[in-house]
Design a protein around this ligand. Sequence first.
Ligand SMILES: Cc1ncc(COP(=O)(O)O)c(C=O)c1O
Length: 447
Amino acid sequence: MTPSEQLAINGGPQAAPAYEGADQPKIGLEEFVELADTWGFSAETQAAIRAAIEKEQVASPMLSRYYNPRPSKVKALEELCQETFDIPHVLGVNSGTSALSCAYVAAGIGPGCEVIVPSYTFFATVAEVVTARAIPVIADIDESLTMDPADVERKITARTKAIVPVHMIGTCADMDAIMAIARKHRLMVIEDAAQACGASYKGRRLGTIGDLGCFSISSYKITGGGEAGLVMTRDPFLYMRAQNNHDTAACWRPDRYATEREKGELFCGYNYRMSELEGAVALAQMRKMPAQIQRWQQARRRVAAGVRRFAGVTPQKMHDPNGAVGHLLGFFAPDPKTALALAEALRAEGIPTNSRGDSTARDWHVAAYWQHILERKSASPDGCPWTCERNAPFIPDYSPEMWPRVTDLLSRLFSVRISQWWTESDCDQVAAGINKVLGAYFRPMDG
Ligand SMILES: Cc1ncc(COP(=O)(O)O)c(C=O)c1O
């Protein structure tokens, strides 16, 4: 054997001591400039950004949360939420829908379970009950536009596992009543706070009152920039199960490949992990949230205080007017036609106002249009979960007429969109404008 044939492992020369082709970072300058383009920076600014960052050699970032050598933005977001929401366990996920899936599965919802949801919510609240292979039971709403506790109680059966109050359009559900019903019947409460991030009920942030809280922090919500969600709980076992559902690859576990530490820890889940890109944006958004909510609440309070009472106009019922997000001020007109006319008259005054009136446009927020539920749609050819032995005998006979109040209330609702940026004098002119329009239609009740 010549010296060059000697194996390197035995002290001979290496066959491949160096490579001419140097590794390039996987994610670098180009990806960063693409992000700047997403933000909408001009070509000139993008060129300046490129020039500035070209000078600095940075290691390729990892944009996923687990096993990241750099401090995780998703983890920082979760820690900020723990503090802001005063709750020990927060899990970042990739959408509000995934948050609901995690919460339902964590709570043990599955075949043979019924889950009570309101007739007014984004369809995801209901859809994830079905993907958990359980049966949604739909309670109607009241003048707060959130679930009516009396209807919830009427709909409880021996199979009911959980109640899902949804804090729609930034207002809170009647949490005292719902928690009392849940305690009486030993049910879980899973709050859907997707539309009310940062709002509170009697001093406690929404999403932290029930057993689990779910949030969407997508670009359509008051806090959030893309597609993301959060699950919150005080219960370490529920947190652990939510984690397993969000990352079936088990990267969340202290020892990923360890055997099950506790019964219920390991099961087949999904990949609902939040990316570091989303985490970074959501972190910045969440830092802004408390001040933003405060501005909205102040503006809403000032406008509401300046609006007179009129016979024939009913303000939206508020379970905690000071705790609501405050971006909407809702009223019910006596009929849909008047609601539309009032909204139009208010807009003509320069006051941003919406009403759907008696429009029959399909809307995934209203039970009457949930075709997937009404027609018991299934992703699988065997019709699961509707046909499942444990569910089939108990499926409600869904029909749009089952929820008369949601249709009536939404048709008569007109709501003023409050800006968090309005000054006191802006608020006063809006209140005066509302009084002007309502005064032209109705008699003031305060003389
Ligand atoms: C009440 C409610 N729940 C759940 C969701 C689902 O959130 P996401 O769109 O982030 O999946 C939404 C989003 O519109 C919502 O409004």
